[in-house]
Design a protein around this ligand. Structure first.
Ligand SMILES: NC(=O)c1ccc[n+]([C@@H]2O[C@H](COP(=O)([O-])OP(=O)(O)OC[C@H]3O[C@@H](n4cnc5c(N)ncnc54)[C@H](OP(=O)(O)O)[C@@H]3O)[C@@H](O)[C@H]2O)c1
Length: 355
């Protein structure tokens, strides 16, 4: 009965039936949730940032294993802009709500969820593929409990919403795939961006020497994040700097967050060194095999464990989200114009629901 009520759009007959039931109070609450509305930024079709429309839409309800989250802050990421332009590659069909980072408060738990309760503060990055619930540019969002974690207590919701996707990607690349070790030297391309700003700090926390690249406007940011050497990719050749800084030996590891930098980084990487990219690239990588180098393609998977691992470092302040700008959800078009530029510094987040 409860499940039927929660998913029903026709509330009148159900309300009369439920009033006759001993659990009427409980069920009236369920009905109130099911007939609730919410504000969301909807994309009526794929295209430019101006297309977003603020709409009043039905609120979702959580199914088995899922939770309903009041999204206080949504993160933004370049993938949002790619999906806005044309999300068919991810199976999206407009009208659609996008947004793939959130920090908020659990409003309701679905059947079978025992490890969270209403009122818990959580942060997460929703699935992009095979996600029937859409994104986080909405006041209420349904997500599987298996990919959310308690918000780090010392972080604001603005900070927490900046972490899951970008921080998780940096974590996967450096910690799990490149397995960066104390004393090693790493070259990070795009060190001041969303992913890069986490990567520089993580690499320092792992005990590595960090060479990082950015445009001229972000060199100071790289140094503040902890980079030992800040390289202006517009005026210097990062591979030459890396060779110079390692006495001609080459770096132990390379992390390319900007794309296109893998082929040029191979001669600047030592034999048996490792490289990782989070984007596709064109070019000749045949120089890798005589040097016994390894290339990792990294695509973020969603899970709770990584969020909890990052929380340890976030609480110790070894990892601090670089939140460059906080905008209200209504200004999502401005956020997307910045995402379209490809020259972000840190993270831009959107305030969504009222607290
Ligand atoms: N595979 C995955 O799972 C995954 C996960 C997250 C992100 N991504 C992708 O990874 C990319 C980066 O994401 P992000 O969130 O870090 O983006 P972002 O915040 O826009 O940062 C991109 C950074 O790249 C720098 N950059 C631009 N051109 C460069 C170049 N030629 N050499 C070195 N740096 C350059 C920019 O620095 P300046 O402004 O100083 O030029 C900017 O700080 C995006 O395309 C995103 O979609 C993939």
């Amino acid at each position: 009965m409860d499940a039927v009520v929660l998913n029903s759009a026709d509330s009148g007959a159900l309300r009369r039936a439920m009033d006759a039931c001993p659990l009427a109070v409980l069920k009236r609450h369920a009905l109130a949730v099911s007939s609730a509305r919410m504000r969301a930024m909807v994309l009526p079709r794929f295209g430019g940032p101006e297309l977003f429309e603020s709409r009043d839409v039905p609120a979702p309800t959580p199914g088995p294993g899922e939770v309903l989250v009041r999204v206080l802050v949504s993160g933004t990421n370049p993938v949002d802009a790619k999906l806005r332009q044309d999300g068919t590659w991810a199976g999206l069909q407009p009208p659609v709500v996008i947004g793939y980072d959130a920090s908020g408060v659990i409003e309701q738990v679905g059947p079978g969820v025992t490890d969270f309760k209403p009122g818990d503060e959580v942060f997460y990055t929703p699935e992009i593929f095979n996600n029937p619930h859409g994104g986080t540019y909405a006041e209420l969002h349904v997500v599987s409990a298996s990919i959310i974690a308690k918000k780090p207590p010392s972080l604001s919701h603005e900070e927490a919403a900046a972490v899951p996707l970008a921080g998780g990607t940096a974590w996967d690349a450096l910690v799990r795939r490149l397995q960066l070790r104390v004393g090693e030297t790493v070259l990070i391309h795009g060190g001041a961006g969303g992913v890069g700003s986490f990567a520089v700090q993580l690499a320092k926390a792992l005990g590595a020497r960090v060479l990082a690249t950015s445009g001229p406007d972000n060199l100071e940011t790289l140094r503040k994040l902890g980079a030992d050497v800040a390289i202006n990719y517009r005026s210097e050749d990062p591979a030459q700097v890396a060779l110079r800084e390692t006495g001609g030996q080459g770096v132990d590891a390379v992390f390319d967050t900007a794309g296109q930098n893998i082929p040029a980084s191979i001669p600047a990487t030592r034999p048996f060194g490792r490289l990782a990219t989070i984007l596709g690239f064109r070019g000749d990588v045949s120089g890798m095999y005589p040097c016994n180098q390894t290339l990792h393609g990294v695509f973020l998977t969603r899970e709770r464990r990584r969020l909890e691992e990052m929380t340890l470092l976030l609480e110790r302040k070894q990892l601090k989200p670089l939140v460059e700008e906080v905008l209200p959800l209504e200004r999502v078009a401005d956020a997307h114009r910045r995402l379209d530029s490809g020259h972000g510094r840190g993270k831009l987040v959107l305030t969504v629901a009222r607290r």
